[in-house]
Each structure stands twice: as structure tokens, then as C-alpha cells.
Design a protein around this ligand. Sequence first.
Ligand code: EPZ
Length: 417
Amino acid sequence: MDRFHIEGPVRLEGEVEASGAKNAALPCLAAALLTPEPVHLSNLPDVRDIRTMQKLLAHTGVFLSARPGEATLEAREIHAADAPYDLVKTMRASVLVLGPLLTRSGQVRVSLPGGCAIGVRPIDLHLAAFKRLGAEVTLEHGYVEAKAARLRGARILFETVTVTGTENAMLAATLARGETVLENAAREPEVVDLARLLRSMGGRIAGEGTATIAVEGVEALHGAGHAVVADRIEAGTYALAGAITRGDVAVRRCRPEHLEALMESLTAAGARVEKGADTVRVRATERLSGQDISTAPYPGFPTDLQAQWMALATGMEGESRITETIFENRFHHVAELQRMGARIRLDGRSAIVEGPARLMGASVMASDLRASAALALAALAAQGETVIERVYHLDRGYEKMEEKLNRLGASVRRVSE
Ligand code: EPZ
């Protein structure tokens, strides 16, 4: 039950390095289940969700040698093709073992993830994909059971773009008989990164990064080494930290091309944005003008930066309409920002932010990963001290946030109860 104590206002200045992407590392770790040979992953973020996935893989029988930033995984045999509720309830992304366990061992039992703070988040599209691949899927006592002697390739059209749904189907299709075509597939850089790993393991995949991905099934996959792609959401969060403090922040070791939507909105608001080969630099002076944003699947504006953008919008001139189209309940940060003095009203799936408001330090409560990042950003710009409770939400997806912010000139203290 750690808390953050953050003093504001500060002006951030300097360089910070992006870590590897949590949302690429998770499916890449699950991919190790597809081969008995060693898979070595590097540039892994040192965050709690990665450790949860490693625990789950060890539970299935994977030999694991890990240290911060890297891991070697060897799924010589699958001892337990299941994911128990106790693990799945702490991290929904545990469902990513469904596809690899099903295609590797022919049967799997995984706890249904249940609800989440930001939305109902069903996995019906994952299960529909496995049925298309020929699996028998049943739901019993809160668990999904799926089995198939060998999956067979199929055409799968996703009703809605789903990131982990695309990844799960891709993982399952690698060892299926014949070709699978995924349509209306997710185009996220994390999906592309997984495809890169699977190809280096001997998988036959084409079209990743587009809405149509083709997977030609193979008899077996082999071991490989892979460096996980940089975390565009973490990089975007630090770029926004620079903007909200009217500072000058360069995020290094990131992929600027993965942040186009954010950079366009920052430029339109009046910030100065510079891109290098693996760096984005954001400088903001006093006045930034309100911008409307609407979240969308990649390459649209990421829902995982919506809350952080809202924190910035509280200090912009004029009105910003922020529309959340991906998750039906992703405005938990609104009430906490209002506690800090922000002027925000809700209108259906939009939040309308009236700026500029002078934020004041307060005690606030983190509710989910990105909402807590938004509260940390708001605290950097607020007058006085802010205390953020339950920063375990942050630790799920941000590596050493307080150290990185303090290196940029912030004053963030972690207090452990
Ligand atoms: C991934 O979640 C990310 N998580 C999320 O990041 C991210 O917010 C989300 O994609 C959208 O970009 C990981 O990659 C581990 P979806 P995912 O399936 O795959 C509906 C973070 O902060 N849907 O693309 O679970 C769903 O309810 C996290 O790091 C179905 O209806 O999201 C949502 O409305 C939070 N049925 C929409 O599709 C399904 O079977 C998109 O969800 C699957 C999804």
C-alpha cells in the first residue's frame, strides 16, 4: 500500500529513457510456451505485471531464469495447461496463455478474467477465434476449457479490433494445420513486435501492422532471442509530464513513429515537438490551447494516454472534449482531478475539460494503471503536496517512476506503509 508524496509545481527538464513495452513483453513471454527450446527476451520492463506472467509460466512448468530486464524461458514440457483464478484475477493479460497452451498441448483451462475498473472487458472474441480454429470451447465454474487434437487454419474476422484477441489468435495459429487469416486485426506496435518474435522462432506470419494478418501454420517452432520494443505509452507519459510542467523533456530509446497521434495533438496545442531516430523532445511554454481528442485503435490516439492527456487539458486555455471510444468506464481519474481543482464535466462517453484551472495538491486515490499516471502528472503541476494512495497500480506498468521523474527535477517520495 505504498503512497507517493509529490511536491508541486515543478518544471521538468532533461532526458529520460523509455523502458521495454509491458504490452509487448506479455505476449512475447507467453510465446515461449510454443517451443521446448529456450527463448531469450531482453529489454523487459521491471514491472509487476511481468513478474506475474513469469509466475504463471513457471506454474505451467516453464524453466525460467530471469533478472531485471531479461529472461530465458524454456517450456521443455507443459506440466499444467491451466491458469488459476488467483493469478488471472491479478492480471487480465494472463488470458494470453490460452492460445499457446491450446495449440501446444491440445487442451487448456484458464480462469475467466472477470470485470475490470475500466470496463467489462469480455474475451468472447478470443473464444470465437479459437472456435473458428476448430477448438471445442466450454465455460464452467468461471473457467474456460478448450481442446483440439490439432487446430486448423481459418479466416477470422474480428467484430471489434482487439489487441490481445489478435495476439492470442496469432499465437494459436502458428502451430495450426494450414493458413489462418485474421481480418480487422489490431495494428498496434505490440502486435508487430510479437510477430517479429514468432518469425524468429520459425513462424510464418505476414501483414502484421495492417488490418489483415496471415499465419501459415508450421509443425514446430524453435528457440530464439528477442529485444522487446520500447514502451510508447510510457514514453508518451513522460512527454506529457514535460508538457504539463511547461518544461523541456527528451524521451530517449523510444520509437517516435509509434507516437504520431500524441505528437500531432501536442503540436496542435502549441507545444514544440522534435523527433530524432529514437528520441522525442517536448518543450512547452506557458500557453497551451485546448484540444479535442477521441481515442481509437492504433494508429489513432491511444486510450492508454487518455487520462494523462486529460491531466494536461486541465491547464490548457479553453475547452477540450475528450471522448473515450474503447472502454466504457475509463474516467475514474475525473473525480480525483476535480478534487485537485480541475473543471471537468461528463457528457456520455466524453469528458469536457474547462481550462486553465490552477490545480492544488490534495490526497487522491489511484484506481487503475493509467489513471494513476494522470494523477502523478497533475501533482507535478499542482500547488503544494499531493498524496497518491495505492500506487501499486502504477507499479504494474511503470518501471521506477519516482526515480525517472526525480531525475527530471521532480520531488516524488515513495512512502511504504
Ligand atoms: C490491450 O488490452 C492493452 N493491454 C490495454 O492496455 C489497452 O488499453 C487495450 O489493448 C486497447 O489498446 C494489453 O495489451 C495487455 P482490447 P485488451 O481487446 O487487448 C472489447 C494498459 O493500460 N473486447 O483491444 O484487453 C473490449 O471490451 C492496458 O496497459 C470485446 O468486446 O483490449 C474493448 O472495449 C489497459 N471482446 C475493446 O474490445 C473481446 O473478446 C478493445 O479491447 C475482446 C475485446
